[in-house]
Write a protein that binds this ligand. Sequence first.
Ligand code: SF4
Length: 330
Amino acid sequence: MPPLPFPMPATPDAPLLAIEDLVVRYDTPHGVVHAVDGVSLTVRRGETLSLVGESGCGKSTLGRAILRLIEPAGGRIRLEGEELTGLSRRALCPKRRAVQMVFQDPFGSLDPRWTVGQLLAEPLHVHGIGPRAERRDRVLGLLERVGLPADAAQRHPHEFSGGQRQRIGIARALALEPKLVVCDEPVSALDVSVQAQILNLLVDLQRDLGVAFLFISHDLSVVEYIADRVGVMYLGRIVETAPREALWRAPLHPYTRALFDAVPDIERPGRARAPLSGDVPSAYAPPSGCRFHTRCPLAVDRCRRDAPALRPAGDPDHHVACHLAPGGAP
Ligand code: SF4
């Protein structure tokens, strides 16, 4: 992806979310974890951008860094053209209304001592929205919006199934009418039939409310269902971004192709495949050059030396970070 033109004006034409060169590192007793390393991407208004990759590739860390639940070590995050990085906690608070999060484990994110009504009213109370009666009406509206009965407000999270708890998590994320919701593996802990219900709910909410989703998942079938565009992450870096159709039609990065090859194809069971072998290298000491070179069947000397930049490839919205992908320098 070409560098974003920072500083950008706060105009309606600016992307909803623009991330440039974001870096997240953890200091641990064993050394520094390079969790996210120089990621740039944009999320447009009302779209779903999915982040995919193996566990430990940094996609959840990236999602949390956008909300500043984890402090980035470098780079910039802009929401509607306004800088979020560097804001104090107090200055960040009003901006937080526009970006909310849905977690993989809704039970872990819902205080079990509170009723659902209290859980949904709390963000309204914190942000000083409406008198008590208005907040109560909003809570009932949120429950209806996510397909739960009004009497759910008087019950506690443990009285609900996993799918219903995720509906509560989504309602809480929507309470402040955000423009962007970061969904971190929101269906991966649910049964397949319940997954479909939650995905359909998210699709309906996006259609009705115009909210954008940054949808983090390791499951390509889920991503195929919900994404408008897809970003593929490997060991802290974006290696390919493309509209969903383009990626499914012609994935360009060897890692993306390996992810597809790892999915069973019941329509073409004999098709030649080259799924990944070996483990993801340690994020304490990522490989030099292209981080994928230790597992890439196409790697050449240059791959061990030079890190490939994300650059346009084919479709106008398709970008890939591989020396050997079409359109690269020889
Ligand atoms: Fe493989 Fe080299 Fe491309 Fe990296 S840059 S994906 S190692 S061919």
